[in-house]
Every structure is written in C-alpha cells, then in structure tokens.
Design a protein around this ligand. Structure first.
Ligand code: NAD
Ligand code: TDX
Length: 355
C-alpha cells in the first residue's frame, strides 16, 4: 500500500514542489497542513486540484489538537516539515512570528509526532520518519576563503530567522537523542525556481525588471550565496526520506556560489534576451541600497555526504535554471499579479522605501 506523508507548509514555494513531485510520481498520499499565510498559496497546488490523494488542510502547526487529530485520522508513515516563516528581512522587522512558528510550532509538531509514534505497532514504528527541512543559515557566515559548511560545522546563527531555525533544529535533534524519535534533518542553501514568492532576491529582481522598477542590491552586492534549484532540493529530500539514516543530518547545496551582483547581472542578461526593455539594458536599473543589518557575507555548502552516501546529484545548472525561471515568471503574469496584493505592496513599501 502507498505510504501517507503529513507535509507541513506544502502550499509554499518548496513544499508545493515537493508535494507535486510526490503525487506525480505516485510515491505517497499527501495530507498537506498549511496555515496559508501570505506565503502559502493554493494556486501553487493547481496541478493537484482533482487529485483525491492530496488533501489540503487549512490550519496551523501550533494547533496541537488539530495536528494530533490529523495524525490519528490519517496514520502517516512520515512527517515532512517545511512550514516556517522564511524571509530574513521580515524576521528583522518582526521576529515574533518567526519564534512562534519556527520554534514553538516545531515543538508542537514534535510533541504530537512523538505521542503518535509511541503508539505505532513495531514494524511501522521502525519505518516512521520525521524529516525537518532547514537552512544553511544556521551555521552563520563564512569568510571569502573559508571551506564550505559541512554537517559538523558549529551552529552560529545571526538573524532572528536563522536563530529560530537553529532553535527548531536543536529541538528536532533532541527528540532523537532523548526519545529515539527517528528524525532526519536537511540543511540546504538558497533555493530558486518557479513559484518562489517575489520577496526573495531572484523573483523580486525579475518582477521589478519587467515592471521597469529599480533592482535594489543591499550594500555593495558583494555577499555570496550558493544557489540550488528547488527541483534538485526536493529530489534530495525524497532521497533522504527513503534512504537516510535516522538521527542524521544531510547538507544540500548547488555548488553554484555567486556574489549577488554577479547573479543579478546574469539575470539581467537573460532578461535582455527574453524581455528587452526600451529603456536599455536591465542592468542599468541596478541600485545599491542600505545594507541588511547583520547581513551574512557568504554561505556555501558541501553536499559531499549526500552525494557519497545517498547518490544525490543536482540535474540543473544555474545558467539553465535561471533561464527556465525567468521564462516561467514571464509566462505566469497572472500568478505574479495575484500574489502582489495589498499586503505585498505594503511589504515593499516597508522594506524598500527608506533604504
Ligand atoms: P515559504 O515562505 O514559501 O512557505 C512557507 C509555507 O509555510 C507557506 O505555505 C506558509 O503558509 C506555511 N506556514 C507558515 N507558518 C505556518 C504555520 N504556523 N502553520 C502551518 N503552515 C505555516 O517558504 P519556502 O521557501 O518554501 O521554505 C520552506 C522551508 O524550507 C522552510 O522551513 C525554510 O526555512 C526552508 N528553507 C528555505 C530555503 C529557501 O531558499 N527558500 C533555503 C533553505 C531552507
Ligand atoms: O532586495 C534584495 N536585495 C538584496 O541584495 C533582497 C530581497 C535580497 N538581497 C540579498 C540578500 C542576500 O545576500 O540577496 C541575497 C539573497 O537574499 P534572500 O533572497 O532574502 O535570501 P537569504 O537571505 O540568503 O535567505 C534565503 O536562503 C536561505 C531564504 O530566504 C531562506 O529562507 C533560506 O533559509
């Protein structure tokens, strides 16, 4: 019989890619618990509209009774936990929501999962997994010449977002060490691809460029990120779920480090080909604005362990991935328009007007 996964945050960017991939490959039946915050979008799940094996539940991971009821009713074989507040700039302006969802919410989910797991019969108990999706930002910032993060890099988070994710990682690991709950933790680098909310660097730059707005780079654009296509990330998560060892952490990275300036310049070159502007090259719109406070200089991830132990390799290159992503945003102007509602415009005003 097909397994059932309880997925949290499956209407967001990465979660919706994972859920859609799991349903298209008929790997699992999905119960998708999502609070549908500004970042959660049922449009992201349009392909699954008539799929009886995808059940979208509008609810909060902090609601322990709801989580317990979903576990009792659907008897999942795994919990795959994506739900989080995920944008660093928002965490700087309002850390409370990050502590509530990322730390407390993960705690509620773990508590409910543990009680459910304790009641499972032996065979199912052995096979059960709680997979926690986390970020490379928990490791802090690298200098230009430092080797990339590995599974043994000490935690050193710097933003309220990364600190809240670090808190959730520690809770997840503690439930393994203390109670034996079979957990898996993945920490990945910056994702990109279709359906990413246009508050994050790449979709923000594409959306601003096509509407003739400035392209705001924080500081001097010197910060370095390691870019991973969301489809490669989701394939890695599926592999960790299937073959990963309980209690282990796996780092996932795209081996594609770029300064923000280099990345946005490449993006502008793609846009010049696919959506040329009458005002001249898109790169002319790059504007250097006040830096993000506590802005981590560089993230880079070594995926050596997941490559060696589980045989994962990314199939996208950054060059083709960026071009596909630009094409998607150009072809999906309706999706973009629908997410750029009043709340979005207020966020753009709050974050960029005074920079
Ligand atoms: P996202 O912001 O696009 O989506 C988050 C989803 O979680 C939304 O659907 C939202 O409605 C839901 N959600 C938020 N609070 C909730 C709550 N209290 N209860 C239930 N649902 C809730 O985020 P994303 O970019 O898809 O990231 C998914 C996960 O991956 C997060 O845990 C994030 O920390 C992690 N991650 C993201 C990246 C990245 O580059 N985007 C990189 C590394 C790790
Ligand atoms: O307008 C901008 N200008 C700019 O220069 C924005 C939104 C970002 N930036 C810079 C800040 C970062 O150096 O671009 C880089 C990427 O920024 P974000 O897209 O906000 O991502 P980042 O802060 O690196 O965090 C992301 O990767 C790790 C995700 O948002 C996290 O959820 C994930 O954990």
């Amino acid at each position: 019989m097909k397994p059932t996964y309880l997925v949290t945050g499956g209407a967001g960017f990465i979660g919706s890619w994972f859920v859609t991939a799991m349903r298209q490959s008929r790997t699992a039946r999905i119960v998708n618990l999502d609070a549908l915050t500004y970042a959660g979008n049922p449009d992201n799940l349009a392909e699954l509209q008539n799929d009886p094996d995808h059940i979208l539940v509008h609810g909060n991971i902090n609601d322990g009774e709801l989580v317990a009821r979903l576990l009792a009713e659907h008897r999942p074989d795994a919990v795959v936990h994506f739900a989080a507040e995920s944008h660093v700039d928002r965490s700087i302006l309002d850390p409370d929501a990050f502590i509530r969802t990322n730390v407390l919410g993960t705690g509620v989910l773990l508590g409910a999962a543990l009680r459910y797991w304790n009641g499972l019969p032996a065979g199912r108990k052995d096979r059960f997994r709680f997979l926690h999706v986390s970020t490379d930002e928990v490791f802090g910032s690298l200098g230009p010449q430092d080797p990339p993060f590995t599974e043994s890099t000490p935690y050193d988070p710097k933003s309220p977002y990364s600190a809240s994710k670090a808190g959730s990682d520690h809770l997840v690991r503690a439930f393994f060490a203390t109670y034996g709950l079979p957990v898996l933790v993945t920490n990945c680098s910056n994702n990109y691809g279709p359906r990413q909310f246009p508050e994050k660097l790449i979709p923000l730059m594409i959306c601003n460029a096509v509407s003739g707005k400035p392209l705001p780079l924080y500081g001097k654009g010197e910060n370095v990120r390691d870019w991973l296509h969301v489809e490669d990330h989701c394939a890695a998560i599926a592999l960790v779920l299937e073959k990963g060892r309980a209690g282990e952490t796996y780092l996932i990275g795209g081996k594609a480090e770029r300064t923000n300036l280099d990345l946005v310049t490449s993006l502008c070159a793609v846009l010049d080909r696919l959506a040329p502007s009458n005002a001249g090259p898109h790169a002319n719109a790059i504007t250097f604005v006040t830096d993000r406070p506590g802005h981590d200089l560089r993230y880079a991830v070594s995926p050596a362990k997941i490559e060696r132990d589980l045989g994962w390799t990314p199939k996208h290159t950054l060059e083709t991935g960026l071009e596909d992503t630009v094409r998607w945003y150009l072809a999906n102007a309706d999706w973009v328009r629908r997410v750029q509602d009043g709340t979005y415009r207020r966020w753009m005003e709050i974050n960029y007007a005074k920079r």
